[in-house]
Each structure stands twice: as C-alpha cells, then as structure tokens.
Ligand binder design. Structure first.
Ligand SMILES: [Zn+2]
Length: 351
C-alpha cells in the first residue's frame, strides 16, 4: 500500500546547536517542509535578532539543495517587552513566543516566574496576532508530576484564555484528557500539538522490566486513559489538533545517568511513527489533515507545495545515531525512539 500526502510540517521540535544541530537537522529537513524550532538553548533565544541568527545557523547546517524552512519561536522571559512582540509580529520567520514556566523542563531556568505579571505582553501578542506556544505544566514541586498539566490548565491557562480569548494559544505536547478537553472546549484561537510518543505509550513504558531512561520526557508519559484521549483527538479530524513531535535529542550519557535528562528523539522516523499509529487504527486517511493541513491553517500559512509518499515497507530503526555514521557506539550517541525495532511504514521522498 502507498499513500501520498502534502508534505507535512513539525510544529514543535528541538534541534539544539553546535555538533548536535548538524547531526539532527537533516532528519527533520528530510521529512518536513517547515518546523517550529524551540528556543530553549543555553542562553535562550529570546529576541528577534537572536532568532534570526539561530535560523541562519540552522540554514547553514542543512543538506545541499534542501528547501526546508525553519520557523522560530522566541523564548518568553520576565524581561520580554511589547517592543519585542511588535518586532516578532513583523518578521515572517517568527511564529510566536514559547512560554516555559520557570524550571519545568530542559533549559527552562530563564522562563516566566509569574504568568500574571506578563499580561501587558500577552495583550500585545493578541493585538498583533502573535501566538503563545505553551509548555503547560506548573513548576511547583509539591504538585504530583502526573498532575502538573491539569493543574496548569486550571490555574493558569484557562483563566488566561478567559481574560484574552483572542490570544492565539498552542498547548504544546498535550499529554492528558484534561489538555484535550481544554483545547476542545475553547475557541479557534486555541490548538494543541501531539507527539508520537504520547500517542504510542502510556507511563508503564518508562518502567517496562526496569527503568527506561530513553522513554523519559517532559511532560512525562501518563496513564493509558490519557493516551486514549490523545489518540481520539489526533484521529478525530478536529482541526485544533496537529502534529508536533517534540523531538528532543540528548546524548546517551545524559540519559543513562543517576539523574537522566528528559527528551525523546523521534525525528529519524517522525512521519512513519504517526503513520503507524493512524494505520493501526484504520484511519490513515486522517493523517494528511493532522500532519500537513491543520497546523498550516492555524498559523495562517500556505500548505506546502511538495508531496511525500509513504509505503508499507518495513523500516528498521538503528540502535543509536552517532556523530559519524558507522562509528563505534559511544556516550555521545543519540538513542532514537524505538531503537532497534522495526516500523511497518517507510517514507519515500518525491524528488
Ligand atoms: Zn519541547
């Protein structure tokens, strides 16, 4: 079986910088027409000028002839100004600001400490049509880690949406039924991205036969009932839900450690993971809207002109992705999602 889709976009991806950027960006560029690049570098990408420099670095790391178009999200900090919002609104390469409540995930220590003190910035974003991409978790260590998304929605996101109903909001990497319900209950200014790993796994997958550091991500995997809500949302045909992998490369040594880092790398087979999930539910015909149309519509962009073709030929996922192909396994390797396993879909790129 073969299916052809409008070339998809990845509306949430981490490509890091330096050597790691060079290693991972070809995977995203091989599948997607565009991607929204997350700004949590150290130091964070918090101004238009920094984002344009980062974008240039990404472009220079692309394989020859690639037409991949990186779109940028700026890191919202306590110091973000309305002037910066205005500048972002005028730049075609920038699609929004990313709200990391301080200390919720990788490199989030510069994040916003009090959302309520940022209302003038949010008002300015609503006025200029700039979208707020939200890491939707509270940072309070007293809140159970599995409840941090639903508490964030109740305490912060829902009140923010009520106060500014025409502020564009994306609840990034939705992981709970409450997240799905929030996106469904609100207006067309609100959307949610869904990752392949939250569609594939529930939280048991972190502890299957022992601790599985490569399946640890933030927001953390949740119970099976939440996974089922995500699957229903992704395959429902509701245009408020679209593809965002949250692919987040880490080295083997930073994952396999006494205090391992969060992040799951999925860019090597992103569209195939989604195809596997949709095909498994006998709704592969819903994949194109989710992967290629709804996100572009939300961001008011043209759909990609190119096409991709998937066929159900098996694809073997390598055990690791090293700095140099064919090199010995090392601490610097990335362990990809489903390492060593086989998928039943493969991507063929139309040239
Ligand atoms: Zn992310």
């Amino acid at each position: 079986m073969t299916i052809t889709l409008t070339q998809p976009d990845d509306w949430h991806v981490h490509v890091r910088d330096g050597e790691m950027l060079a290693r991972v960006i070809p995977y995203t560029a091989a599948q997607f027409g565009r991607a929204l690049i997350m700004p949590n570098l150290d130091p964070p990408v918090s101004t238009v000028q920094q984002a344009l420099e980062y974008r240039k670095t990404i472009l220079s790391a692309l394989p020859e002839g690639s037409s991949f178009d990186p779109k940028m999200s700026l890191y919202l900090t306590d110091d973000t100004t309305e002037t910066e919002v205005k500048a972002a609104a005028q730049c075609e390469h920038i699609l929004g600001f990313k709200l990391y409540p301080a200390d919720t995930t990788t490199n989030s220590s510069s994040g916003v400490t009090r959302v309520s003190s940022m209302m003038n910035v949010f008002e300015s974003m609503a006025r200029h049509g700039v979208v707020l991409q939200v890491h939707g978790e509270v940072a309070d260590p007293h809140v159970d880690i599995f409840d941090r998304e639903s508490v964030f929605i109740d305490q912060i996101l829902f009140p923010l949406h009520q106060e500014l109903p025409d502020l564009g909001l994306v609840l990034e990497h939705v992981t709970t039924r409450q997240g799905v319900d929030f996106v469904k209950a609100t207006n067309h200014f609100v959307a949610g991205t869904i990752t392949p790993h939250h569609l594939m796994y529930n939280r048991n997958e972190m502890f299957r036969g022992g601790i599985r550091p490569h399946n640890y991500c933030l927001p953390v995997l949740k119970r099976e009932t939440h996974r089922q809500s995500l699957v229903a949302a992704a395959t429902s045909g509701d245009p408020s839900f679209f593809l965002g992998t949250d692919s987040a490369p880490q080295t083997r040594s930073s994952k396999q450690s006494a205090c391992g880092c969060a992040g799951i790398f999925s860019a090597h087979a992103a569209i195939e993971f989604y195809a596997e999930i949709f095909a498994g539910l006998e709704c592969i015909n819903k994949l194109e809207n989710f992967a290629s149309h709804f996100g572009a519509d939300f961001y008011q962009l043209e759909k990609n002109p190119g096409k991709i073709t998937l066929n159900n030929k098996t694809k073997h996922i390598p055990e690791s992705i090293g700095k140099d192909q064919g090199a010995e396994a090392s601490d610097d390797d990335i362990i990809p999602l489903m390492a060593g396993q086989t998928l039943s879909w493969s991507l063929l790129l139309d040239s």
